[in-house]
Design a protein around this ligand. Sequence first.
Ligand SMILES: C[S@@+](CC[C@H](N)C(=O)[O-])C[C@H]1O[C@@H](n2cnc3c(N)ncnc32)[C@H](O)[C@@H]1O
Length: 237
Amino acid sequence: MTAPLRRVVGRRVLAIGPAELAALFDRHARAVIDVGTGNGRPILLRAAAEPTTLAVGLDADAAAMAEASRRACRSPTKGGLPNALFLVAAAEALPEALQGRCDEVLVLFPWGSLLRGLTAGPPGPVAGQSGASPGSSDLVGGLAALLGADGRLTIMLSLTERDAGLGGVPASLSLATLKPMLAALEAARLDIIECREATRDEVLATGSSWAKRIRAGTSTRPAWLVRAIRRSVAGAG
Ligand SMILES: C[S@@+](CC[C@H](N)C(=O)[O-])C[C@H]1O[C@@H](n2cnc3c(N)ncnc32)[C@H](O)[C@@H]1O
């Protein structure tokens, strides 16, 4: 977690210092971050519904967040949202200044390296093998490190045989194929609250335009919901 901090404001990418970021977090009662936010719609919705929550969208692709960040930066009298912030970073190298600052981490319908890193399983030696397992990743560790005490992580994902060709991800989702991800969450000191198929209503409630477009949560494209909570220090073991 060593990447410099860069925020998106429309088509511009600007530096934001750790002190400025810390002050922004300190001014809000809670903070939610959506990693791989894409067009940032869920973040705009959250920021509008919860004015005392800092809603942060983060994506490796600054251009994807241009429109949402432009909207957020309007004057509040014209629908602007001063409690929404958009940051450019890769999920594999999250800025250190975000560590421990978030009450909620969302990862909604990830794709590409974000999806691969999530589903790869925990890093490090696997029982009965020497060395790290092939494809293992500590992306989940980086996500878990964003959470403060009692912080919660919500992941929604959808993957079917039709997505063959993505490479390095399971052919489809089930409790069995999600096992490496659940193991990575446990290894990152998170307790799994639930792991099950999501309903279409739950999918739509995320505000994800991508999920709506691909019809995630329908019988032809099931969606999976995983919720986890940061293990309390007493139970850290
Ligand atoms: C399928 S889109 C989903 C966007 C949004 N979460 C939604 O539900 O509408 C996946 C997003 O993940 C981002 N992404 C993929 N790999 C990433 C990575 N390693 N770090 C950060 N963002 C990543 C992509 O840039 C893209 O915006």
